[in-house]
Design a protein around this ligand. Sequence first.
Ligand SMILES: [Zn+2]
Ligand SMILES: [Zn+2]
Length: 380
Amino acid sequence: MNSKNGKIINTFIFFAAVFFLCFGLFSILNLRHDRSRSGKGDEHWFKGNLHVHTNRADGDSSPQEVINWYLDHGYDFLAITDHDLRFTKQGFRRKWARRILILSGEEITIGERAEQSIHMGAVHTQYAVPADLGKPDKKRLEYFRQQLLAQGSAPAALEASVRGFKILSQLKALIPEIEGQGAIAILNHPAMSLGFPLFMQLEELPPFIELWNPHESKLYANGQQPPDTEIMWDAALSTGKKIYAVTGDDAHHFKKTKNSPPGGVWLWIKAHKLSPEALIAALKRGDSYVSTGIVLKRVEWEKSQKQIVVEVDAKPGRSYSIRFIGKEGAVLQQTDASQAVYPVKGDELYVRVKVIDNTGLKACAQPFFISREAGSAPAQ
Ligand SMILES: [Zn+2]
Ligand SMILES: [Zn+2]
């Protein structure tokens, strides 16, 4: 081989190596979306988390470290929700922008921090929600408290009523404020935040609740086990309330202390593209499900057949049980398979889908609200 031929071959090998390197990188980047299951048309499933903390508040890691963790674990979207401190991607490194969608977020404290406060997630707000919005005037509240005590009200019952009044005042102001910004309001860890009695009494509830929070039992009062939020959800749905479930891992610790680590629960949203507006619109339509590891290919209302169709992305060695749940949490149908069809009768107030597998993993899709007037036309 002469030196000229050698140079040509070396040049060819060099360009071939560059080509395959670029192609390989392109493939790796694209692999991130291989698990995004195609929905109808050009819709895709996107995986994310809407509840996490950083060291700007009581977390142990910086926003960059937190975002890097979710990037490394294949998430498509993330909202950082520090306590009463709104986060936006502005001012942070732009390299994330193409690889993970960062939604603005904060976790708003309702009530006084000293007492058992309520936490509400606000995701995709345009500006920070005013901290005192809806808080009743302290002097007037104290006046009423003293008047009622003087008239013989039992102190414990009175304090519970005052707390309920304060919470209701703030919720009434906060929910429209958040929604007015094109954002969504989420009642975080409802068992800890409100507890079952107050949850059922309040007319003004956010349209989203956090169904599974891996750390809620640690937050619940007096070390007790909190009531199952699924029961609270069914109870509220059974009264005709239209509430969707989301989930957040509420991670605080990414380093040595592992009290509240990331991962464990996921929110999947079906949208036509990965943008804040598309994700928020999909959440409001009910095109989402929460999961501890089960992936759903389909969970759809088939209009022509008047039926709900579910298909699990079945894994080898796993067995699945698909439950269709209605009013008061009643199991309307159970199918022990990775696919199921539920023919809607028309008198169900709502039908929601829960899937569990033989390892204990679970997924819950949003309720289909059955319209009585239309006979059997679910509207999500
Ligand atoms: Zn919280
Ligand atoms: Zn939190």
